[in-house]
Design a protein around this ligand. Structure first.
Ligand code: UGA
Length: 430
């Protein structure tokens, strides 16, 4: 069944959700306060780099419109999805300003029964607040649903259309059928639960995945001290179905707009309930240490050879995205700039965004990975872009001043690089 849907917020989650609902045949209005963004979207220009999104928006444009008018979008829709950002405050707590503003805007435009669905990541209990807030402005019937999103940047469309599960948190029967209708053509387990559990599922999933990463990073550190190869250890434990092979790649620590924020957010949520979430505090601390360890490795080598030029490959927080928010790659590069080393950086798509985050000094942005490596004393791979695997490494070893390769993502085979003359150091590998 075709459903009329309004999407509030056109960030990664909002735009992907809107595009995918249009693809599923629903009638979608995507709303954003940012007029420039809406003008661009109407012209078919997608403001983010996300594989497949452009194509889907183009192909299904008859099912999707873009607007700055939230009131009108709410009136024309049966279901309203809130997909606005919930950024972190300095102390790790969540800033709900945009979310609250959206709820008030929606409440003031409700004119008959509608379902208000929240997809933004919000602290447990926000559903209760939403209900109370809407009642202040609107006396008719409505339902609140929590429908957290688990899509990843760089595979957002695929994650949305082929999810491992869909979580639907609700307090009454009425919106259940509508929600199941919306997702009827997606064949995956649908978990129906209460709103608070749904809100917690989102934080718990991200916190658990971050825990896996910090855990394997600690094992990598033990491998460096005691011997062993963390990649083999991860493979050996990952085949145990109870553990699973994913999110066991050791590296320079997790980044992005979600894991750091949601780990700190859950710690804060627990603190407010007077619960000391010790394990998660350690997860966050280990992540910071992991970045520092890698920085130390670079500094040690430069000291040994009395060098000062570092080639940096990769600035995005992970491959296939131009997003540099809380990127470990950017954080490490910034520290190197502060230490007055000379950086020659290359990233396939994230350089423009990285320029805004990095210092203005001690850096040259290069057109290709070869230019970045020329005359460098150390090459630090910070984001595992697949295109780095295609590079002619024999050429790289020839154009560098010293052949030091520090692999922050364990992307390369140590033996291969050693055989062509590199000194190779990865994370947790001999
Ligand atoms: C993450 C979750 O994976 C999504 O399920 C969730 O919907 C999303 O946050 C969100 O809350 O919106 P995302 O931030 O796009 O998605 O990126 P991930 O692919 O999860 O990677 C996060 C970070 O962990 C990256 O810096 C990545 O390099 C790092 N990572 C990942 C590792 O260091 N090791 C691994 O094994 C996996």
């Amino acid at each position: 069944m075709k459903i009329k849907i309004a999407i509030i917020g056109t960030g990664y989650v909002g735009l992907t959700t809107g595009a995918c609902f249009a693809y599923l045949g629903h009638k979608v209005i995507c709303v954003d306060k940012d007029k420039k963004k809406i003008v661009k979207l109407r012209k078919g220009k997608v403001p983010i780099y996300e594989p497949g999104l452009n194509e889907i928006l183009k192909k299904h444009k008859k099912n999707i419109e873009f607007s700055v008018n939230i009131g009108n979008a709410v009136k024309k829709s049966d279901v309203i999805f809130i997909c606005v950002g919930t950024p972190p405050e300095k102390d790790g707590s969540i800033n709900l300003d945009q979310f609250k503003e959206s709820v008030r805007d929606i409440a003031q435009s409700l004119d008959c029964y509608k379902v208000v669905v929240n997809k933004s990541t919000v602290p447990v209990g926000t559903g209760d607040w939403t209900k109370k807030e809407i009642i202040k402005y609107y006396s008719g019937k409505f339902s609140i649903v929590s429908n957290p999103e688990f899509l990843r940047e760089s595979s957002a469309v695929k994650d949305f259309l082929e999810p491992d599960r869909i979580v639907i948190g609700l307090e009454e029967e009425r919106p259940k059928e509508i929600m199941l209708d919306i997702y009827s053509s997606i064949n995956t387990p649908k978990i129906i639960t209460d709103i608070k559990s749904a809100e917690l599922i989102k934080y718990t999933a991200n916190a658990f995945l971050a825990t896996k990463i910090s855990f394997i990073n600690e094992i990598a550190n033990i491998c460096e001290k005691a011997g062993g190869d963390v990649k083999k250890v991860a493979e050996g434990i990952g085949l145990d179905k109870r553990i699973g092979p994913k999110f066991l790649d050791a590296g320079i620590g997790y980044g992005g707009s979600c894991f750091p924020k949601d780990v700190d957010g859950l710690i804060k949520i627990a603190d407010r309930k007077k619960y000391n979430f010790k394990l998660l505090k350690a997860v966050s601390a280990v992540n910071i240490i992991q970045q520092r360890n890698f920085l130390k490795k670079i500094k040690n080598i430069l000291k040994k050879i009395d060098g000062n030029t570092i080639c940096v490959w990769g600035l995005a927080f992970k491959p296939n995205t131009d997003d540099v928010r809380k990127s470990s790659a950017v954080e490490i590069t910034k520290q190197l700039q502060k230490l007055n080393f000379k950086i020659q950086a290359y990233d396939p798509v994230a350089m423009e965004n990285a320029k805004k985050e990095l210092l203005k000094k001690n850096i040259r942005f290069c057109k290709n990975p070869y230019e970045a490596a020329r005359n460098a004393d150390v090459l630090a791979l910070l984001t595992d872009w697949p295109e780095f695997s295609e590079i002619n490494m024999k050429k790289i070893v020839d154009i560098m001043r010293y052949p030091y390769f520090l692999d922050g993502r364990n992307q390369f085979d140590p033996n291969e690089l050693k055989s062509i003359g590199f000194y190779y150091e990865g994370i947790g590998r001999k």
